[in-house]
Unconditional design. Structure first.
Lengths: 182, 202
């Protein structure tokens, strides 16, 4: 026997009407299983209808307020703890940006290394040329001085000594404060 | 909907609460504590867990007030939050294999019946708990919303993120399961009652 439509009618919100109601009544007379289902569902339905809503224990809203305050406090603490991390992150981002800029600058420099080396080589060659010329001049001077006699050497030394002491005396006279006597 | 405590000041409190007035929201908590707690209790079967779930429901509602659609009933929105929270709790609890039969139950605190009535009320609550305990989380939420809050199929569907036909089929399946469970309970109770009425053997 197919119980499907009868089960649906028995468990529906509204009881069947008209021909369906007659059909169901006839079926219930012959079918003990559906009769049992009808009795059981009627019992469940009555139980639900008589079962009241259950209230929480007194003080529910004040407990809720306490909980809300605790949650808000926790949120505040979390925010407070997050601030140093945010600051650190900000600094990190700025440092990273600066690093990128510096890298770009360096990259440009490295990109023109050849020119940089050419300039350095040019300066080095000038220094070497000057040193070479100085050495030539010094050699020529020494060769000339070697030919002078001893008397000339002594006379030159005496002259240079005299000129040196004269220069020191004149310098002292010019630098020292004058004494004015009336 | 049967929320047992509609107040004409509700729209005013709601408007103030949306602006961030916690005191106004506390009035809404006062107003809806019973339906929300009842739903949580019917879903979870434990007063402590129900208290926790109801508190969490109100916290979530308070934090999510800006997302509340004023076109929708506030109580249905609250019940929807509570139902979803309880469904999640039950799914989590499912892994601990906790049986509903081992859980304590709460007598209605605002009724003051005599000892016999209290006993029958306790028995009534136990039977409700066992019946609901035989259902899965979503079916249980649909049954509670239908029979304790008289929500329409459309409202249940919206609250539980289901289609109307899914709600109908879930409710049909739940009714059948509960009717079967009722039959089993009655068969188990019958021998006990018979034994109680038998004369003691001396």
């Amino acid at each position: 026997m197919n119980h499907q439509p009868f089960e649906e009618w028995l468990l529906a919100d509204e009881p069947p009407a008209g021909e369906q109601a007659l059909e169901l009544r006839e079926h219930l007379r012959d079918c003990p299983r559906c009769r049992e289902l009808e009795a059981s569902w009627t019992g469940v339905h009555k139980l639900f209808q008589t079962s009241e809503q259950i209230a929480p224990t007194p003080g529910f809203s004040s407990r809720w307020q306490t909980r809300l305050h605790a949650q808000q406090e926790q949120a505040f603490i979390r925010r407070h703890h997050r601030q140093p991390w945010l600051l650190f992150a900000l600094n990190f981002v700025i440092a990273a940006a600066l690093l990128v800029l510096l890298s770009l600058q360096l990259w440009r420099t490295f990109h023109s290394t050849d020119q940089l080396l050419l300039v350095k080589a040019f300066f080095l060659s000038i220094i070497l040329t000057i040193a070479d010329l100085s050495q030539d001049i010094l050699t020529a001077f020494i060769q000339v001085v070697e030919r002078f006699p001893v008397l000339l050497w002594v006379s030159l030394l005496g002259l240079s000594g005299f000129l040196g002491s004269l220069w020191i005396t004149v310098g002292r006279q010019l630098v020292s404060t004058r004494r004015i006597t009336l | 909907m049967n929320t047992a405590g509609k107040d004409h000041r509700e729209p005013e409190w709601l408007a103030q609460a949306i602006k961030g007035n916690a005191e106004a929201f506390t009035n809404l908590v006062e107003l809806y504590q019973r339906p929300v707690f009842n739903l949580c209790y019917r879903m979870l079967g434990d007063p402590d867990e129900a208290e926790d779930a109801a508190q969490e429901t109100f916290l979530r509602a308070y934090n999510g007030l800006k997302r509340y659609d004023a076109q929708r009933s506030f109580s249905t929105w609250l019940l929807s939050i509570a139902a979803h929270f309880c469904i999640d709790q039950m799914r989590r609890r499912h892994f601990t294999l906790l049986s509903m039969d081992t859980l304590p139950y709460l007598d209605p605190p605002d009724m003051s019946p005599g000892p016999e009535t209290a006993l029958s009320l306790g028995e009534e609550q136990r039977r409700v708990r066992v019946l609901l305990g035989s259902l899965n989380a979503v079916d249980r939420a649909a049954v509670v919303m239908r029979y304790w809050y008289e929500l329409s199929y459309e409202e249940i569907a919206e609250s539980l993120s289901l289609t109307v036909s899914a709600v109908k089929s879930r409710l049909h399946r739940a009714r059948l399961e509960m009717a079967d469970n009722w039959m089993i309970q009655n068969k188990q109770l019958l021998p006990v009652e018979r034994r109680q009425h038998e004369s003691p053997a001396f």
